[in-house]
Design a protein around this ligand. Structure first.
Ligand code: HEC
Length: 203
């Protein structure tokens, strides 16, 4: 039971962190070749691993801030942390690793999280799927490498991304005020919520 609780807490925190990372999307048009993580060609494997590392590093930085806000302030306070603290922390982490990291979704809360063009068709085609039915991908973008990893909704996300009945009035109020174009609702546990992405220059 204890192990289960711990596993859940860790999963929640990591997923939550994914929620709070964003960066301006780049614009890209050409059709691109993509690979599953398992089938990534050897020359792209180190980029895949760097991206995975960056997703985790951002998480480790945000975890203490976010868990504290959720535990002490509740979801309304956590919305503020998502908005005001996650971005500078993510920018900092991105600068350190030297490539762009962001998240996106078919149902966006913040329009600034729009997908980079190379990921757009995957975002559109995977809309409405279960997290278990999508896999992380590596994209060969010519002079750059794109990496994308699914973000799956779990129970705790639903207090801010669930149905109308699941969102508290005060959460609805703060969302209405800060995200007037919010579409990121109506998710259930297990649903694909969105994607983590990274874009790395080839060396
Ligand atoms: C306390 C409320 C709250 C909770 C709980 C929450 N989120 Fe969010 N989520 C937000 C806010 C606010 C944003 C917009 C942040 C921004 O301005 O970039 C957001 C944005 C996102 C985004 C970026 C795409 C978009 O719509 O802009 C993803 C992906 C996401 N959340 C996934 C999750 C997942 C998965 C969980 C659960 C593990 C979760 N969120 C839990 C409030 C929350």
């Amino acid at each position: 039971m204890r192990a289960l609780t711990l596993t859940f807490a860790l999963a929640s925190t990591l997923f939550f962190v994914a929620a709070c990372v964003h960066q301006e999307a780049n614009v890209e048009s050409a059709a691109v070749k993509s690979y599953s993580f398992e089938e990534t060609p050897a020359e792209l494997a180190s980029y895949r691993d760097q991206a995975k590392g960056a997703f985790e590093a951002v998480g480790k930085r945000l975890i203490p801030r976010l868990t504290k806000a959720l535990n002490e302030g509740g979801p309304v306070e956590a919305v503020k942390v998502c908005r005001e603290v996650a971005q500078p922390l993510t920018d900092e982490a991105g600068k350190e690793v030297g490539f762009a990291v962001g998240r996106t979704s078919h149902k966006l809360r913040n329009p600034a999280n729009a997908s980079p063009a190379w990921l757009q068709s995957v975002v559109t085609e995977s809309a409405g799927k279960k997290g278990a039915d999508v896999k992380p991908l590596v994209f060969d973008l010519g002079d750059r490498v794109g990496v994308a990893s699914p973000i799956v909704a779990i129970e705790m996300c639903l207090q801010c991304h669930g149905s109308d009945e699941q969102l508290k009035t005060e959460v609805k109020n703060v969302l209405a005020e800060q995200y007037p174009e919010d579409q990121a609702r109506g998710f259930a546990a297990g649903d694909l919520r969105g994607w983590f992405w990274a874009e790395l220059p080839k060396k």
